[in-house]
Design a protein around this ligand. Structure first.
Ligand code: 1OR
Length: 285
């Protein structure tokens, strides 16, 4: 997608922002809060910002088949899907044979690109069932979400681009991963993962070196751009090795729901890696 030449820092929110308030009953506010909680873009917001969002959004209902966003048009709203499913359709070079590339479900959001980068809509979004959506106007989006979203996507763009596992994903799929990454720090000698415990996270190593051990023997060494922690999530089993920070480490993790949603199509590559582990374990025993 297109970038404007303006850096994230100087692209501050509308100075003159007057919070928008669309009156709604408490029950609706609760529903919005529940939908926001499922969405990674709202994770870092404080209570006050969440309340601003809850006040500002407006309910929009669509029937199955309705076109919500049209590729190529200019964009005024960001959408949060509360209930139902929406399809993403993409026309590459000519508009004649659009392809369906993705389906959104409850808690997902879309329509941020046009607002983030002042670009035309990058895809068409169509309701595949009856849907309930909450729409956020452009100035609320720019005031509350723009800086944090751009910052995170920019911060991880280069890093994720150089992670071999993610090579086959496109740029937009990598930015969806950037949205959900949670940084964590481990000092040298600490266990990042403990063999035999239940696993709910997948990790990329961003800085430092780490190693995997089973029954005390080192079976893998990890450096920048490597990943670990996928087996427990893929196979619903306890951690099969301990991963230890050899130097001070910064890792970024993804929870198991996001892992399945965003990395599901890499399952083949991830499963193939298992053979490597088997070989490494055999050579140490
Ligand atoms: P928007 O404001 O451009 C259309 O309006 C929305 O579709 C867009 O924001 C995204 O929120 C969403 N590439 C670009 N936009 C996408 C994509 C996508 N998927 C969903 N949207 N790709 C599909 C990735 C599976 C990349 C295709 C090369």
């Amino acid at each position: 997608f297109r970038r404007t030449g303006v850096s994230a820092e100087c692209q501050v929110a509308d100075e003159s922002y007057v919070p928008r308030v669309v009156l709604k009953p408490d029950a609706a506010k609760k529903r919005i809060a529940a939908a926001l909680e499922k969405n990674a873009l709202f994770k870092g917001l404080d209570k006050e910002q969440i309340n601003t969002v809850i006040d500002a959004v407006e309910e929009e209902k669509h029937k199955a088949g309705d076109v919500i966003i049209k590729q190529g048009e200019s964009g005024l709203y960001f959408y949060l899907l509360e209930a139902g499913a929406c399809e993403v359709w993409l026309s590459m070079h000519n508009a004649r044979n659009p392809q369906m590339v993705k389906i959104y479900g409850p808690g997902d959001s879309f329509g941020e690109l046009a607002l983030l980068y002042d670009a035309p809509r990058a895809a068409t979004i169509k309701a595949s069932t009856d849907c309930i959506l909450w729409t956020m106007d452009r100035s609320t989006f720019r005031t509350i979400l723009m800086a944090s979203t751009r910052k995170k996507r920019n911060l991880y763009e280069d890093y994720l681009q150089n992670v071999p596992l993610l090579k086959t994903l496109d740029k937009y799929e990598r930015s969806a991963i950037a949205d959900v990454l949670e940084p964590e720090y481990f000092v040298a000698g600490k266990e990042i993962i403990t063999e035999g415990t239940p696993g709910d996270k997948f990790y990329f190593l961003e800085e430092g070196t780490a190693e995997a051990r089973t029954r005390g023997a080192v079976v893998m060494k990890y450096g920048k751009g490597d990943y670990f922690g996928e087996l427990a999530l893929l196979n619903d089993e306890p951690r099969s090795a301990t991963v230890l920070a050899v130097t001070d480490c910064k890792v970024v993790s993804i929870n198991s729901d996001s892992f399945k949603r965003l990395l599901g199509k890499l399952e083949d590559i991830l499963q193939r890696k298992k053979t490597e582990y088997a070989a490494a374990t055999a050579s140490t025993s």
